[in-house]
Design a binder for this molecule. Structure first.
Ligand SMILES: [Zn+2]
Length: 203
């Protein structure tokens, strides 16, 4: 039964294996994508392979905000249209995309690249907190908005940051954690409802 796989089948297995490692791609989807790529024109697969390699070669971290960028400083840090007195702290670069998409924030950002999690052995020195405190030294920043996730790790990180930022005399705020738009109160869980009450604002 232990037949040697043919080289061709081996290559397909390898592609399925690599695709399967991507987030959200299970074995079935990996298989479907692999056979799609096998049938796709060589030019298209070449562009995909090139885009993957280029992103790894050209994308670096902004030396100011730690966002992913192909220029340093990144376009947001470089822009003269941003409010330099505010820094919104997020866990991942894709969180910036979500906030930018709202169009309602015009300050700067700082990307931690993770959250403090004692259970998973991630301490404060494993995320980019020192880079954040370093950039606060010149006194330009007057407010830090903590926009870490509302799960346990995000909350722990926000509490930790609050502790080390308050002594610097900077205003520290946390995103209001409330009800998602369109929610009916009777279906909201206790945690969300409690936080919505705590985060209430003047109308
Ligand atoms: Zn930047």
């Amino acid at each position: 039964m232990n037949q040697e796989p043919t080289p061709a089948a081996n290559a397909i297995d390898r592609l399925i294996g690599e695709l399967n490692k991507l987030p959200g791609i299970g074995p079935k989807s990996a298989q479907r994508l692999a056979f799609y790529l096998l049938r796709a024109p060589r030019e298209q697969t070449g562009l995909l392979a090139d885009a993957i390699l280029t992103v790894k070669q050209q994308i670096t971290l902004c030396s100011t905000c730690c966002n992913v960028t192909d220029t340093d400083p990144c376009p947001i840090c470089r822009s003269d249209r941003r409010d330099r007195s505010m820094v919104c702290v997020v866990e991942q670069p894709q969180d910036i995309l979500a906030i930018e998409h709202t169009g309602s924030y015009h300050g700067l950002y700082h990307v931690l690249h993770g959250a403090i999690s004692p259970i998973e052995g991630v301490s404060a020195s494993d995320v980019r907190i020192k880079e954040l405190t370093d950039r606060l030294q010149d006194g330009t920043v007057h407010e830090i908005i903590l926009a870490t996730n509302t799960n346990l790790e995000g909350e722990q990180t926000a509490l930790y940051l609050n502790q080390i930022l308050l002594p610097l005399g900077i205003r520290v705020t946390r995103l209001a954690r409330g009800l998602p738009f369109g929610t009916e109160l009777e279906y909201a869980d206790d945690n969300t409802l409690t936080r919505a009450l705590e985060g209430r604002q003047e109308l």
